[in-house]
Design a protein around this ligand. Structure first.
Ligand SMILES: [Zn+2]
Length: 456
């Protein structure tokens, strides 16, 4: 009797263990199956570490890359291949933030019912919000300079254009063993993975902080004798502006006025705004994270604090994080997170959203609306409405000193208030010189094309 009981218990324990094991396997299969299938030792879908199935199309279903007969093919136009390279990815997998790298399992089209699709199948199709033709226009506008141009719809978060230069043709990968400085940082998508000294575009944060913190801001008069002495050291302005209101100080980008505002605010307050506006943290863009910016309070050093309120000192911003803030200014303070990997369609035809639209109230609504008016004033009094025909432009330029004999970085950023073209943009030309004179015309060229693209 005892022996029967023992056997029964043993059998029950074995059944229980088997059931638990099966459940564990099934659970793991459904939760980790995609990882196992896309594990790089799985030769079925990879060659030399690169995913060899799947298609990537732009917002108009233009095929940017596809897998045919076991090799990866790119768009037939060289300029489009180069302009979309950092988003799409290269054959060797060197561009870490590319869709080919980060969305490999989605491209393979793994699903737990059917398993991996065979190589003869086309895998899945990922649709981007990027416009290939607009990207081509943007890359051409940079004329070979290093930098980045990003344009996004601040209502939907869709990035229409994100080019990074230097770039290369994926059909003619450069030999980087040769010490060619022209290819510096070529594998980085500068919009996502880099940070830069912002220069005067940072005055847009100093201004917003001042609007909320300094009661008599709009009745103050600032003095610009061309330079300012702070603790025995000099803050220089690019001109002698005389007496200025806040509106005009921003429009002419007066360093003396903004040094004074930074000192009134204090470093801690400025640092709080830089953080609250998402400029010091990494931003999650689907499966991709941006580089974190930097802002230091400099509470013990008024001269450094003054420069940091002007966007110099140790300030660093990431282009996409800054663009998101421009979107929030345009959109009543609501920041819609930029995104560019929209959906995946499996071989079975089922479409799944990959990066849903998300938003957050990043800036107080009244502050955002005041920033719109100030940035429109910049255009009407300084940049020239006629230089941006048809565009209801709100903007700020920046000419960021980068030290030594190097030319400053040229920035131009802002947004359109056109109802049918809710676009925010950022143009950075590294070592390009004057923001308004170099980056401004490039912004116009790209925005004209972007407005046409979004109206189609
Ligand atoms: Zn000045």
């Amino acid at each position: 009797m005892n022996r029967v009981k023992t056997r029964t218990v043993t059998a029950l324990v074995l059944v229980a263990a088997m059931t638990a094991g099966l459940l564990f396997y099934l659970f793991s299969y459904f939760t980790h199956g995609a990882e196992w299938a896309s594990f790089q030792a799985n030769r079925h879908v990879y060659t030399n570490g690169l995913v060899l199935t799947g298609t990537i199309v732009d917002r108009n279903n233009t095929v940017l890359t596809s897998a045919e007969n076991g090799s990866r093919q790119y768009h037939s136009d060289r300029e489009i291949r180069m302009a979309t390279l950092h988003v799409v990815g290269d054959r060797s997998g060197n561009i870490g933030t590319s869709v080919l790298n980060r969305y490999a399992s989605q491209l393979i089209g793994y699903d737990p019912i059917n398993g991996v699709y065979s190589l003869s199948d086309r895998g899945s199709t990922i649709q981007l919000s990027i416009d290939a033709e607009l990207s081509r226009v943007a890359l051409e506008a940079l004329h070979g300079a290093h930098g980045t141009i990003v344009v996004y719809n601040y209502k939907t978060g869709e990035i229409l254009c994100m080019v990074s230069s230097p770039t290369f043709d994926p059909d003619e990968e450069p030999d980087l063993s040769q010490d060619d400085t022209g290819y510096e940082g070529v594998y980085l998508n500068r919009a996502i993975s880099s940070t830069f000294t912002p220069g005067s575009i940072f005055k847009l944060i100093t201004t917003a902080a001042a609007i909320e913190t300094i009661d008599d801001l709009f009745t103050q008069t600032f003095q610009c004798p061309g330079s300012l002495e702070i603790e025995g050291k000099t803050i220089t302005c690019h001109s002698t502006h005389g007496s200025l209101s806040l509106e005009d100080a921003l429009a002419v980008s007066c360093n003396c006025a903004f040094a004074e505002i930074a000192l009134q605010l204090g470093g801690d307050t400025l640092a709080q705004y830089a953080e609250a506006y998402g400029l010091t943290d990494s931003l999650e863009i689907g499966l991709i994270s941006t580089a974190s910016g930097n802002f230091e309070a400099h509470e013990e050093d008024s001269w450094e604090l003054a420069w940091s309120g002007i966007g110099q000192s140790t300030d660093l911003v990431n282009p996409l994080s800054f663009l998101r803030l421009m979107g929030a200014y345009a959109n009543g303070g609501v920041a819609v997170t930029p995104r560019f990997v929209l959906s995946v369609t499996g071989a079975s035809g089922i479409q799944t959203t990959l990066t849903p639209q998300t938003s957050v109230q990043l800036v107080e609504e009244s502050t955002a609306n005041t920033m719109c008016e100030l940035m429109a004033h910049n255009v009407s009094t300084n940049y020239g409405v006629d230089n941006y025909p048809g565009l209801e432009l709100c903007a700020k330029s920046g000419t960021a000193e980068v030290g030594g004999d190097a030319q400053p970085h040229a920035w131009f950023t802002g947004f359109l208030r056109n109802e049918d073209a809710p676009l925010a943009f950022l143009v950075l030309v590294e070592n390009g010189g004057s923001g308004s004179q170099v980056a401004g015309p490039i912004a116009n060229q790209v925005l004209q094309a972007a407005v046409t693209a979004i109206r189609e």
